[in-house]
Design a binder for this molecule. Sequence first.
Ligand code: HXC
Length: 292
Amino acid sequence: MFDKKTLHGKTAVITGGGSGLGLAMAEMFATLGARVIICGRTEEKLKKAVLSIKEKAASANDDVEIPEPDWFSVDVRDYEAVELMANEIEKRYGLPDILVNNAAGNFLSASENLSKNAFKTIVDIVLHGTFNCTRIFGSKWIEAGKAASVLNIVTTYTESGSSFVLPSACAKAGVYAMTNSLAYEWATYNIRLNSIAPGPFPTEGAWSRLLPDEKMEKSYLKMIPAGRYGRHEELANLAVFLVSDLSPYITGECVTIDGGERLKSGQFNFITQMAERPQLKQFFSMMKPSRK
Ligand code: HXC
């Protein structure tokens, strides 16, 4: 889809890059020439992810050398740890060009049963984690006069809210506000901030916590007009476009990628669930008044 050198010469930091969508983006970025630096909490996972990134990038580029990916075991909730990581990245590779705030936490719970710590934990990972990374790299970019691009992963319920994921809904709404606030404030420094709101993309992390049984997954699928879940490379392609020099004039934009799921509230959309399309068409034609 992209020129092989779309991200050539770029360094990208991806939080939560050891698995799921973070890893999918890391693999795609590396395949397109970027030096990828992933961070997360679990060392084992990160080490495995780096091997996979190297393998994917090498198999897509037998003629071009891909910069060695790197990893940091860091919890984005810990401001000082993020600062240490940023200093070390700067020392090893110079300032990155791209930051993807992807690390997240979520689970299903009736909101009246949430403990104070449960709410705080998700807000800490999602909202504070995004702030920590953006604040730390942002000030470095501004001081150095370096152009950069930030991509924040939000959700399709950022604006609508959603039952049973209250901490995530509140935290992601904050991230959405942060993206737009800084897109305006930092445009003068040539720092772009955009977000992606993914609908359902199967990952071990999200699926095991949010759609743990087959029955749930099947009823969820019915709500997606495209009739399928998202593919990781579809999201990764969108991420490449937004973080790269292909979109230098796009900032403060949130792109939803959800197979149309967010439009489910359309008043007559329920009809799609009543019968197969040929039967519906027959039904509509029966309703049509005949012209005399
Ligand atoms: C109620 C829960 C809970 C649950 C944890 N808690 N899970 N409460 N129901 N299912 C409570 C705990 O009891 C504790 O409160 C507090 O939350 C912190 O839990 P810990 O396990 O100590 O925290 P920690 O080890 O930091 O783990 C964080 C985590 C965990 C978020 C809870 O699930 C995690 O590490 N997740 C990372 C991956 C992830 O969640 N991926 C999904 C993202 S998908 P007390 O009061 O007992 O101390 C996503 C996209 C959404 O966000 C869109 C998809 C369609």
